[in-house]
Design a protein around this ligand. Structure first.
Ligand SMILES: Nc1ncnc2c1ncn2[C@@H]1O[C@H](COP(=O)(O)OP(=O)(O)OP(=O)(O)O)[C@@H](O)[C@H]1O
Length: 607
């Protein structure tokens, strides 16, 4: 595992046989996606058609001027310098200067407008991706590392941005310059043209060899970056857990493995990419030597002029430069297309949609019914996570969910909030199936108070207001008072304006709970989903939380994942879960009288 440390420069090719097989089997799929990815990028760019046409016209002008420059130099040599007659040379030099100035101005303008188009396109892409992420179901986030998604939002979009900013113009101008150069060269000397073009097949073979490797390596490198970012993100956000379990060496070990993987893929990707200009330069110089040598002999014969040799050597240089550019840009384009492909694939993920939507404008009261509900998480090994669960909780009642860990208590709550949809059966709120309600309507009726509530890096005030964004400052304070959070908030350095850093790590677990109760209070939901804290909180805070919860729960239908006997005692109903099934359901006293699973749990002191 620590090979990377022992063998810091022990580079070896990363392409293993099994990887080759894996990638090859995906080849056809990749090619298909490429076309549609390019088409989708094009559609975004095409929205700026007029400006794009202007840019293309300017590229045309600048390419033509780039060809005209060397031609005028050759003309000056042949017409004025060789015959030593200088009259009229000033005018041609004036035009030569004008050509170069025109060339620069058109380059500047095309760049200015293209960057404008590129930034607008990237802005839209980023916004659409982010909007789409907001609408994706919870199950989508279950399957992906946060770092990987971050990488889509940042690296991949950035790669597309680079390509659009500069590569697009370069590719187009390279193609124009190449075509123009070949036409003028053929017109001046077909023989020298053939000699100049001899290098093209060589370049092609070299390019093929290199790009075959770099494309694959770039993809591997992007993947390695995503994995490493994921690990870094996890280890920073879970930093306390890492420390609490003294897992620093393991995290370091994992980091080293992933970092080593990135070093290896990065090394080979950049090494192969770095070959391209070197090989091109070598071939370029060879071609230059051939043109100069053979051109010299032809000039001695008198079959061509000195000016033509100068034009050819200039063109030979200008000729390989666009080829060089094309080769260089190839990698950027490859990684941009691969990035765009990944971005579009996320955009292609199915959003949470409200299919059969009834307009629920009546005031909801909070009667919850589960009717033979079964559900299984995607990729879960068991047949069912929740199986044939049926129960009814009346308006304003409190139901305590009890059961061993993994029994399915949280899943029941997540199904009720429609984070996931039941596979079978029906969940109803006030008699209306929840699938028939817009998710937003449903979720506005529900508030969560979790064990470890998520707080944003915002002021205390805004964290509470998160429950209902249009709540006034007075309402925020009122909610804080009713949830016993007001006193501790007032004692914070800036009171309600104190910014909570790093997910509220500066306040205690109990205080976090109080804030989350205030947030739920301000949302004024019909249904409450609570996960009772298991962590030990000091008695005073515990009492404050209890009191705040009583305020919060009064008059609302509440589901509590109960960890304390006292909570179950106070509940109207108890749901006993065992391996995804509702094994007992009823009043606590009735369950005790029955002497079943719940009684056994009490006897085993599981509560
Ligand atoms: N996102 C998920 N993807 C796949 N399986 C999951 C997912 N979330 C939970 N599970 C599995 O579903 C089962 C029920 O989990 P659930 O969280 O509902 O249990 P729980 O009773 O709330 O447990 P706990 O008291 O530990 O919170 C468990 O086996 C769990 O591993």
């Amino acid at each position: 595992m620590f090979d990377a440390i022992r063998r810091p420069f022990g580079y070896e090719p990363v392409i293993r046989k099994e990887d080759l097989k894996k990638k090859d089997s995906k080849k056809s799929e990749r090619a298909e996606n490429w076309q549609s990815t390019l088409l989708r990028i094009w559609k975004l760019v095409d929205e700026h058609r007029l400006l794009l046409m202007t840019v293309l016209a300017l590229v045309f002008v600048s390419s033509a001027l780039a060809l005209l420059g060397p031609y005028l130099i050759g003309y000056i040599i042949d017409e004025f310098i060789v015959p030593q007659t200088f009259s009229g040379m000033g005018t041609v030099i004036f035009w030569l200067i004008a050509v170069y100035i025109g060339h620069s101005v058109s380059l500047y303008l095309q760049n200015y407008w293209m960057v404008g188009i590129a930034q607008a396109v990237i802005y839209r892409m980023r916004t659409r991706l982010f909007e789409h992420l907001q609408r994706l179901p919870v199950s989508f986030f279950d399957k992906r590392q946060h770092g990987e998604l971050m990488s889509r939002m940042t690296n991949d979009i950035e790669n597309v941005s680079t390509t659009l900013n500069s590569t697009f113009i370069q590719v187009f101008s390279s193609i124009l310059t190449l075509t123009g150069t070949i036409i003028i060269m053929l017109w001046l000397s077909p023989l020298l043209t053939v000699l100049t073009l001899v290098i093209i097949p060589m370049m092609y073979v070299a390019m093929q060899w290199i790009t075959k490797r770099t494309g694959r390596l770039y993809k591997e490198q992007q993947q390695a970056i995503g994995e490493l970012n994921g690990l870094i993100e996890e280890s920073i956000s879970g930093q306390k857990i890492v420390k609490a379990f003294s897992q620093e060496p393991r995290v370091m070990e994992e980091f080293l493995v992933k970092s080593e993987n990135l070093r290896r893929t990065g090394f080979w990707a950049w090494t192969f990419a770095g070959f391209i200009p070197k090989v091109m330069n070598f071939l370029n110089n060879g071609s230059f030597a051939i043109v100069a040598g053979v051109g010299g002999i032809l000039a001695l014969n008198g079959s061509i002029s000195i000016g033509v040799i100068v034009i050819f050597t200039e063109y030979a240089r200008q000729f390989t430069r666009p080829l060089n550019d094309l080769a260089n840009q190839f990698n950027t384009v490859l990684s941009a297309i691969a990035g765009a492909e990944r971005v579009f694939s996320i955009m292609g993920e199915t959003e949470e949609k409200d299919e059969i939507v009834l307009n629920v404008d009546k005031k909801l009261h909070g009667m919850v019914e589960f009717d033979d509900v079964s559900f299984k998480y995607e990729g879960a090994e068991e047949d069912w996570t929740i199986r044939n669960v049926s129960f009814a909780v009346g308006v304003g009642q409190t139901a305590a969910l009890v059961g061993a860990t993994g029994a399915g208590k949280t899943t029941i709550m997540q199904l009720l909030a429609r984070f996931y949809d039941a596979a079978e059966g029906q969940i109803r709120l006030d008699g209306t199936p929840i699938e028939a309600m817009p998710r937003e309507t449903l979720r506005k009726q529900i508030a969560f108070v979790l064990q470890d509530p998520f707080l944003f890096e915002e002021t205390v005030r805004e964290n509470i207001r998160y429950g209902r964004l249009d709540a006034s400052d007075d309402e925020v304070v009122e909610a804080a008072k009713r949830s016993n959070a007001h006193d501790f908030i007032e004692a914070l350095p800036f009171g309600y304006d104190t910014v909570l850093k790093g997910d509220g790590s500066m306040i205690s677990q109990g205080q976090k709970q109080l804030l989350s109760i205030a947030r739920a209070l301000i949302a004024d939901p019909v249904i409450l989903l609570l996960d009772e804290a298991t962590s030990s909180i000091d008695t005073v805070t515990e009492l404050k939380i209890q009191e705040a919860l009583e305020h919060l729960m009064s008059g609302r239908t509440s589901f509590v994942i109960a960890h304390r006997l006292n909570t179950v005692r106070q509940a109207d109903l108890v749901l006993v879960m065992e391996m995804g099934e509702l094994v007992e359901f009823g009043k606590q006293q009735d369950l005790i009288d029955k002497g079943g699973v719940y009684t056994a749990m009490l006897a085993d002191a599981k509560l």
